[in-house]
Design a protein around this ligand. Structure first.
Ligand SMILES: Nc1ncnc2c1ncn2[C@@H]1O[C@H](COP(=O)(O)OP(=O)(O)OP(=O)(O)O)[C@@H](O)[C@H]1O
Length: 313
């Protein structure tokens, strides 16, 4: 089956001053994918996403986005992109309808009245169109912001840590909505530091120091890192966690409810550790396939903030 590509770029490079903040990225994003960009602060995620969508001109490289050239056709691409930042970009002292109308006007849409009325209805906010956006709860503000950036029916949606600061129920609802959009063919690029956002992505790129270190289907990422995991159950897990960490014999020890997940890239060392620990007779050690949760924590733990490589380096 040939998959339709929303984005295909090669050699994408950006230099700010004497820093190469994005260094020769090749990337392909299939239409309707939720594609997550992970990496420490300043690693180049936002710069990459902006170049891939024609929002920023690269210093090197080329490619297409939505069938258009990212350099030559950037104006056309922009019209087909929705961008939702962490700050939601709403006007708190405008009403719900006025916020939607403002965005529709920005995109030069005709028939704005009907479009805004439909968006309000889809949101389930009929009868509340005249309410000030600033009076909405965090979850509703987020839904309104999403509706606003989808008002011109973009084919590509950019999300920057979209669920920061909203409650768990609102987060779930938000991701359900994003999945619905993806199923309709909208391609979604997400830049995030949060595990619960990363696990919503179908595909992940991990970026550090302007280099793309890992790129793959979300369920293939633990394998790409070469991560092995043991699940440990039994009494007094906190004490065991402290001891394992103090001994430093395991790569990573994480508490997941009533389990410890002990992970590392040296499987032989982990197997030996599990055998030694089983011999004590206090806890059960069971090997499992490492998941994206373990992989995410592993990657982010190794990552320090980074702000671009020296051009000469
Ligand atoms: N317009 C600009 N001019 C100069 N430097 C910039 C500009 N935009 C970004 N940078 C620098 O480029 C590097 C990469 O920034 P970018 O915003 O892409 O990182 P990021 O991975 O998205 O980080 P964060 O997670 O903090 O948003 C940083 O060193 C940043 O300071």
């Amino acid at each position: 089956m040939t998959r339709e590509l929303a984005i295909s770029v090669t050699g994408l490079t950006k230099i700010f001053g004497d820093r190469k903040v994005v260094d020769g990225f090749d990337m392909e994003v299939a239409k309707g994918t939720i594609y997550g960009f992970l990496g420490p602060n300043g690693s180049g995620k936002t710069t990459t996403i902006r170049m891939m969508c024609g929002l920023l001109t690269p210093d090197g490289g080329e490619g297409q986005c939505l069938g258009l050239d990212i350099i030559r056709d950037s104006r056309e691409i922009k019209k087909r992109v929705g961008y939702m930042t962490q700050k939601f970009s709403l006007y708190e002292d405008l009403t719900i309808a006025e916020n939607l109308d403002f965005v529709a006007r920005m995109f030069g849409m005709k028939n704005r009245k009907a479009i805004v009325a439909e968006a309000v209805r889809d949101l389930g906010l009929e009868g509340r169109a005249g309410q000030l956006a600033g009076t909405l709860s965090g979850g509703w503000k987020q839904r309104l912001a999403l509706a606003a950036c989808m008002i011109h029916n973009p084919d590509l949606l950019l999300l920057d840590e979209p669920t920061a600061g909203v409650d768990p129920k609102a987060r779930r609802d938000f991701w359900d909505e994003i999945r619905r959009l993806a199923a309709k063919g909208v391609t979604v690029l997400v830049s995030t530091h949060y595990m619960d956002e990363a696990v919503q992505c179908d595909h992940i790129a991990y970026i550090a120091y302007g280099k793309k270190l890992i790129d793959g289907a979300a369920n293939a990422i633990p394998g790409q890192i070469g991560l092995s995991t043991f699940v440990v159950t039994g009494p007094e897990l906190t004490a065991l966690e402290d001891r394992l960490e103090a001994e430093g014999a395991a790569g990573q020890v994480i508490r997941f409810g009533a389990e410890l997940h002990v992970s590392g890239t040296d499987r032989a060392a982990l197997v030996a550790l599990a055998e030694r620990e089983r011999a004590r007779g206090s806890h059960e050690w069971t090997e499992k396939r490492a998941g994206l949760e373990e992989a995410f924590i592993y990657l982010m733990a190794g990552a320090k903030d980074n702000f671009g490589a020296e051009v000469a380096g």
